[in-house]
Design a protein around this ligand. Structure first.
Ligand SMILES: Cc1ncc(COP(=O)(O)O)c(C=O)c1O
Length: 440
């Protein structure tokens, strides 16, 4: 009998259904953010976007960097433009240890793995730890990009609430006790202790030891994600959880302290995890971009990077102040928010009855955009919350954006007073959203 010819892709398409019907089950959890859906409108110049977490790069010394780029190509082009080690450039890994020393971490460069942004480290760590159905603990709310990775690997997120001082240890213990009663040991606790995205709060120093002890008692590793730790407004640098416990899996990034577009981040992990992580990284990207790593390395060598971080924090503090003043001036009664002392975000709770997700298209029509709260929870919670970012727009634009937001809220409240409900609150059945520059 003649062997049949293999099907060509076009015939597969016709005979066996559309390619989308061949997607893996895990893609079902992948959804675009609401603001991305509105992106065409939200990115118009007349719209003030308080949605995005884009760092403000205006303060970077571009001329100096242009010089470094030219030198990198002319002097080290043969290396910079070549494949490199999957673990990252050794000299940069040493410098990364110097950066982490600012937060009390004593690390061996051999335990550092350079990744394409810390997002990649987050994704790969989830890949090597989580099977479908595994449980991950995370603060509620939590970082959209982390929730996206957890969903992509079909992990189940159990949120632990925060208060003004970060993760609440008693609630962490309670969550672990409840899970233990169900014979569930979470794969790890994912936490952002400093200047939280999106909640803006910082884990109190007195709580840090307690959080580590509770996790150790239940045999749960801690995954500390710390892209904002050096961006405090008071000059205070908090001790990293990793500085208190060498078993903590730590993630860092140059995205907020230097240049997000270079996509250089890292993981500092114990050797056994490192070996798996390097293998996973190799299969994902072969190696992180050599050129970008060498550029970061040159920048750290030749430039006053600590002074640059100070400049960034001054810019962000001025913007934070503009946002807080505008919130105080314009927002209707019943709204509450935190006062961040670093980072990029204010987490706002709006008056009862207003659904921030339902309100978003009306806000964008009124030329202001924000990130609604449900995207920061894996369980549909957060419909009364939203995240405002002050990192990117100028203070004047921030003030105008908050003024517009307040007007939208007033209009919602007016409709509620007249008809009982403005936003038709409903539980969100959607999973976590994919991160993107407009909502990350
Ligand atoms: C908490 C948190 N973790 C990780 C990331 C990812 O950062 P990177 O640019 O290093 O991938 C972000 C980016 O906004 C973030 O806010």
């Amino acid at each position: 009998m003649p062997v049949p010819e293999p099907l060509r892709p076009s015939e597969i398409h016709v005979e066996h259904g559309r390619p989308v019907e061949r997607f893996a089950a895990r893609t079902a959890g992948m959804t675009a953010s609401e603001i991305r859906a509105l992106f065409a409108v939200a990115s118009r110049p007349e719209v003030v976007s308080l949605a995005g977490g884009m760092p403000n790069l205006a303060a970077l010394p571009l001329d100096t960097l242009a010089h470094e780029v030219a030198e990198l190509v002319s002097r080290d082009g043969q290396v910079a433009l070549q494949y490199g080690s999957a673990q990252g450039v050794p000299a940069l890994r040493e410098q990364i240890c110097e950066v982490m020393a600012l937060e009390g971490i004593h690390a061996d460069p051999n335990d550092v793995v350079v990744t394409v942004g810390s997002q990649m480290a987050l994704d790969l760590i989830t890949r090597i730890f989580c099977d479908p159905g595994d449980v991950v603990l995370a603060e509620g709310p939590s970082y959209v990009g982390a929730l996206g990775s957890f969903a992509a690997y079909q992990a189940r997120v159990v949120h632990v609430a925060m208060d003004a001082h970060g993760l609440v240890p008693e609630l962490l213990r309670e969550a672990l006790r409840t899970l233990a009663a169900q014979r569930v040991v979470p794969k790890y606790l994912y936490t952002i202790p400093n200047f939280h995205n999106p909640a803006g709060v910082t884990l109190a120093v007195e709580r840090r030891r307690e959080v580590l002890d509770i996790c150790a008692e239940y045999g749960v590793p801690v995954l500390e994600d710390n892209p904002y730790g050096l961006l405090g407004f008071t000059g205070r640098v908090y001790p990293a959880l990793r500085s208190m416990d060498p078993n903590v899996l730590y993630l860092g990034s140059f995205s907020k302290t230097f240049a997000s577009g270079l996509r250089v981040g890292w993981a500092l992990v114990p050797p056994a995890v490192r070996d798996r992580l390097v293998l996973a990284a190799e299969s994902a990207t072969l190696c992180p971009p050599t050129f970008n790593q060498l550029l970061v390395s040159r920048y750290l060598t030749a430039h006053d990077w600590r002074g640059q971080i100070k400049t960034f924090t001054e810019v962000y503090r001025e913007r934070r102040d503009a946002m807080l003043a505008a919130l105080e001036t314009y927002l209707p009664e019943g709204s509450t928010w935190n006062i961040p002392d670093g980072g990029f975000y204010v987490w706002l709770t709006v008056p009862e009855g207003v659904d921030t997700k339902a309100m978003l298209p009306r806000a964008v029509t009124a030329r202001v955009a924000y990130a609604s709260g449900t995207g920061f929870y894996a369980d549909g919670f957060g419909s009364r919350q939203l995240r405002l970012s002050y990192c990117y727009p100028t203070p004047e634009r921030i003030t105008e954006g908050v003024r517009r937001l307040a007007a939208v809220l007033e209009a919602e409240l007016d409709v509620m007073r007249t008809f009982g409900s403005a936003s038709r609150p409903r539980p969100s059945l959607r999973g976590p959203q994919a991160p993107s520059p407009d909502t990350n």
